[in-house]
Design a protein around this ligand. Structure first.
Ligand SMILES: [Zn+2]
Length: 367
């Protein structure tokens, strides 16, 4: 049916549009973090200067820095810097929570709207409440039992250990003041990039989760979902491979949600900076070929008819997905607590007692 293929094409075009809006939204929100880090940088370097002055004041030809003296100065510094770090954390946590929470709603609501526009029928918007979404995003369902909140906290406490190290080198004369100040500033800058990366990655997860919830709510008009990966040279090997795989073998609608966790190397996000998203397969439809925005070998935007990453790679002269996967480090797709055996685990999803469960390939279960 021609009309149905048109619907699928519209759906995919809307997904592209709302993904690009989300990217702008992410960039704008990440920028909001910058002043808090700038303030920390200023304070940390200011206190460091005070430490350096103290050193000069105590110094006379006979002055030998004792261990005790050095320790005292270090401790003084830490008592000043720790409240600054607590303040940063106090600013980051509610910021991250509201941005990530908002992104789950964004994913759910845009998906419902897109479905309605493309399928031209009434859809159900998932009944998500702010407290419910907060529960979902705070749920430590990842193998490392950590949430974005723990990760941000860890990133901030890295600044504390870095500061301690820098002050120690300054007071034991292993480092000059100017080098110490530079090193400290760099450490804080890195922490800013770290926090941005965590929030960016979590927003990708939140958008994918919101999308899945909306699709589950409309299971009557959706058959499954596949991964849409960006077509450019920065796309990771496993994302490209899974995009091509899942288009042929779509995932269940609840796949990669807290109730049906995704497999290593086949999750969104798959790794930090992952730019993938889920695309629904509208019921009764084959996937119609459509043109898709991609980057050519000169990084210029063009429209490709390639239906898989592999075809696109051939078109612009990039390595094939198989070559990419072989050259890639598979460990980057693992989360703490997972091993390479998890990545290569051959599993199938089966329905058992009304639920979809993951079982090793070849294991027979009787319903
Ligand atoms: Zn990806």
């Amino acid at each position: 049916m021609a009309w149905i293929s048109e619907a699928q094409k519209h759906y995919e075009e809307y997904v592209d549009y709302y993904t690009s809006l989300l990217e702008d939204y992410v960039d704008d929100h990440i920028l909001e973090l910058a002043p808090a880090y700038g303030q920390l940088q200023e304070a940390a370097v200011g206190y460091l200067e005070e430490v350096a002055k103290k050193y000069v004041n105590e110094q006379n030809p006979d002055f030998v820095p004792t261990r005790r003296w050095a320790k005292k100065i270090q401790e003084e510094y830490l008592t000043k810097i720790i409240p600054e770090l607590n303040l940063l954390n106090a600013k980051l946590q509610p910021f991250a929570t509201s941005v990530i929470c908002g992104t789950v709603f964004y994913g759910a609501n845009t998906t419902a709207y897109i479905l309605e526009q493309a399928a031209k029928c009434a859809v159900t918007v998932p009944n998500l409440t702010a407290s419910g979404v907060l529960g979902i995003i705070a749920n430590p369902w990842l193998p490392d039992k950590k949430t974005y909140s723990d990760r941000i906290r860890t990133s901030v406490s890295l600044v504390a250990s870095k500061s301690e190290e820098v002050v120690k080198e300054l007071v034991t004369k292993k480092m000059q003041y100017s080098d110490a100040a530079k090193k400290l500033s760099q450490g804080i800058q890195e922490s800013y990039y770290n926090a941005s990366r965590i929030i960016r990655t979590e927003m990708t997860r939140a958008n994918a989760l919101g999308t899945s919830y909306s699709l589950m709510e409309n299971a009557d008009i959706v058959d499954g979902k596949y991964r849409d990966a960006t077509f450019d040279s920065k796309t990771s090997a496993y994302c490209a491979a899974d995009a091509d795989y899942s288009k042929r073998n779509p995932y269940d609608l609840d796949y990669d949600t807290p109730m049906n966790p995704g497999l290593p190397g086949r999750r969104i996000p798959n790794h930090p900076h992952c730019r993938c998203r889920w695309v629904a397969i509208l019921s009764g439809l084959g996937i119609k070929n459509r043109q898709k925005a991609a980057l050519d070998q000169y990084s210029d935007l063009y429209y490709t008819k390639a239906t898989s990453y592999d075809e696109y790679a051939k078109e612009v002269g990039l390595p094939s997905v198989k070559d990419m996967v072989n050259a890639d480090n598979p460990k980057k797709y693992l989360r703490p607590g997972e091993t390479l055996a998890d990545l290569n685990r051959q599993v199938v999803r089966k329905r058992f007692n009304g639920q979809i469960i993951t079982v090793p390939l070849g294991l027979d279960i009787h319903n």
